[in-house]
Design a protein around this ligand. Structure first.
Ligand code: LLP
Length: 420
């Protein structure tokens, strides 16, 4: 979300203070116009190409967000049968869904095949063999792309870097070459696509360019050897602005790299952005439970915690934090901003200067639309937060706050003892 929106507590005409009062906190809020703007901007940049944006569902898998993507003509990049189910349910057609992931189970492959997904992005020879066996058994042909690992350093956080040879993702170009050469061994798999994804939160064009060049060189080599490709999937990874000084890549510049690398390609180009489309469209509203003066530090204890937003705990990720309301005359205080969960890692920020806060104040954590709610848990038996979508000066609750009953749904006391 643009920082200006956070400073005046209005999001697309909705007063965030009133919204928090009405719906309670912690509350994930998403702006539909902001999501559409990002998506349309990227679509515009792609004009003239046979290109499809397959939104990476993992970034924010809320039904309302997926429905919005469907309405705008986007497809989905999924990594589980659960995401397949969510996407279909939200109205994304199967022929716009690509199935990625290093550990697809046989059951998930069956579900993908039966649904008729556009393409499996295959990540290992064992998976290719499994896909062949399942397609043969079901008397169908599976459409597949090989995910190549271009071995470039995406210059991002190690935990979200995926395109180096040491990472578990994809296969080397040398290995992929043998797949195309040995196609007779998988008669029920139409292997006519390439896929890559080098990492997430990319703010630097150099590794993207390098990876695209390796991908394109391989495509040209395959074409020269008589393998006609129907699709090239360049993955996702476009970064966003989490903190001052960070600058997302311009979609036109990004697409210009794709155009240059894949010039002359006759098939379809697939993109799998997640974060870029939704991160800055979201904000997490949370209330100050108390201000605690520790022996060495000032703690601002919020009612949101690592179970609502894991990124700071997991990746030491920075998210802007703002006190909403009138900050006039309040001096800045450096707070360790923490949640109520019982571990020290439940920390959103360390020594963050904020206007002096009091219990009951409303705080907004910025750019939480991606990998916020989708990575949430009920750790410490904290029910999942509510989510709302804002559009046209109105809001809709798109996930109601979880009840305790819902939180323990499926659990039961041991009573029905069995042997396997
Ligand atoms: N395609 C594939 C195959 C992926 O693995 C991913 C993300 C994407 C597309 C979308 O990447 P994006 O455009 O959102 O960067 N939880 C981490 C991010 C993990 C990303 C995993 N893969 C975070 O909060 O930063």
């Amino acid at each position: 979300m643009a920082p200006a929106l956070l400073q005046q507590p209005l999001l697309d005409g909705i007063d965030l203070v009133a919204l928090a009062a009405a719906e309670g906190t912690p509350l994930h809020v998403y702006s539909a116009p902001a999501i559409r703007e990002r998506l349309r901007g990227l679509q515009r940049a792609l004009e003239g190409l046979d290109a499809l944006i397959c939104y990476a569902v993992k970034a924010n898998s809320n039904q309302a967000v997926l429905a919005l993507m469907a309405a705008e003509g986007a497809g989905a990049d999924i990594v589980s049968a659960g995401e397949l189910w969510r996407s279909l349910r939200a109205g994304i057609p199967a022929d716009r869904i690509v199935f990625s992931g290093v550990g697809k189970s046989a059951e998930e492959i069956v579900q993908g095949l039966d649904a008729g997904v556009a393409r499996f992005n295959v990540e290992s020879r064992a998976e290719l063999e499994l896909l062949q066996a399942i397609a043969a058994q079901r008397g169908t042909t599976a459409r597949a792309a090989v995910r190549i690992n271009p071995d470039v350093d995406a210059l991002t956080h190690a935990k979200i870097s995926t395109g180096k040879a040491e990472n578990k993702f994809g296969v080397s170009i040398a290995e992929a070459r043998t797949w195309f050469e040995g196609q007779a061994a998988w008669p029920d798999v139409r292997l006519d696509g390439l896929h890559m994804h080098i990492g997430s939160q990319l703010l630097d064009m150099a590794p993207i360019r390098q990876a695209l060049q390796r991908l394109a060189a391989f495509w040209r080599e395959l074409e020269a050897a008589g393998h006609r490709l129907a699709s090239i999937d360049v993955g996702g990874g476009l970064g966003v602005r989490y903190r001052e000084g960070e600058q997302p890549l311009d979609p036109v510049d990004y697409v210009a790299q794709i155009r240059a690398a894949l010039q002359g390609f006759q098939g379809r180009i697939v993109l799998e952005p997640g974060r870029y489309l939704v991160a800055e469209a979201g904000v997490l509203l949370t209330r100050v439970l108390r201000v605690k003066q520790g022996e060495q530090r000032n703690f601002l204890v919020l009612d949101a915690a690592m179970n609502d937003l894991l990124r700071p705990s997991l990746y030491d990720a920075w998210h802007d934090i703002l006190r909403l309301g009138d900050n006039g005359g309040r001096e800045a205080v450096a707070y360790d901003v923490v949640g109520p969960v019982c571990e020290t890692g439940d920390t959103f920020a360390v020594g963050r200067p904020l206007p002096r806060c009091e219990a009951g104040d409303l705080v907004a954590i910025g750019a939480t639309g991606a990998y916020g709610a989708s990575m949430a848990s009920t750790y410490n038996s904290r029910p999942l937060a509510a989510e709302v979508l804002v559009d046209g000066g109105r809001y809709a609750v798109v996930r109601r706050r979880q009840t305790y009953d819902e939180m323990i749904a499926g659990e039961q006391p041991a009573g029905d003892w069995r042997t396997p």
